[in-house]
Design a protein around this ligand. Sequence first.
Ligand code: DGY
Length: 323
Amino acid sequence: MRVYLTRRLPGESQRRLEQALSVDTWPEPVPPPREELLRGLAEADGMLCLLTDQVDALLLEMAPRLRVISVMAVGYNNVDVPAATRRGILVTHTPGVLTETTADLAFALILAISRRIVEGDRFTRSGNWQTWDPSLLLGRDVHGAVLGLAGFGRIAQAVARRARGFDMTILYHDTRRLPVEEVSLGTEFVSLPELLSRSDFVSLHVPLTPATRGMIGEAELALMRPDAFLINTARGEVVDEAALYRALASGRLAGAGLDVYAREPVDAAHPLLTLDNVVALPHVGSATRATRVRMADLAVDNLLAGLSGTRPPHPVNPEVLGG
Ligand code: DGY
């Protein structure tokens, strides 16, 4: 069996895969171009890809042997899952192992934007610091503030656990109510408009789907308080970036902590990056060594199980496995 990898894997997982199967790996640190993907998939039984690789219906048509697509990410919006399912191709992903790490980063963004950490770092290095100043870099308190979690899956719940340590009031909105988690985490279920209008911090934790694309637009941002902050560690396309820029630049919103963008890598000249009230990170929510190794291991487990015809740990479309 042959598998195609769109990037070299961290840790031991690359070797583990190479010992089990014939592996063709794109060697560059950037995503393979379309022609290379087509070449790699022409003969492949399995594929291990990243969120940067667009796997669409046309590509799948050109991959006649493909049986498993293992995505090394929890989000799999880069794969046309319905098209894969129609062709009987199993899609898998890597939830769970990155939950706590991504929640850490969401909380880091909450602290960074409200306490002006990045601005403060730039100022300290600038040589302009003259004295202890009662009004220097005044921020907003995180402790005791209201946190609104849009989406209440694993990562949002892990953010809620952290927020409890900061005595925050925690609101959540999801497509379904989760009574057990709601009570155990001391949270309150509210509608999205109520969440937006009551929160000091709105943190996004929804997958990118047709329903969530552009979910935070002009109207939703207008519901947020002018002293509130938006945190996005989910997917960039969930937010209308032009509307977000207008809200931040005009002072209708206090700030944003962003790890994800509609288009990645984000252009260095992007209007959002011109604003001091934005903390911008390069999609590093899961970026700790330990977590990336766990993600790669799980992606390999998924791929090997799928190719051997056994149920993988995390199938996205288990219906292709049949009875
Ligand atoms: C994911 O897994 O979907 C993240 O965005 C990558 O860290």
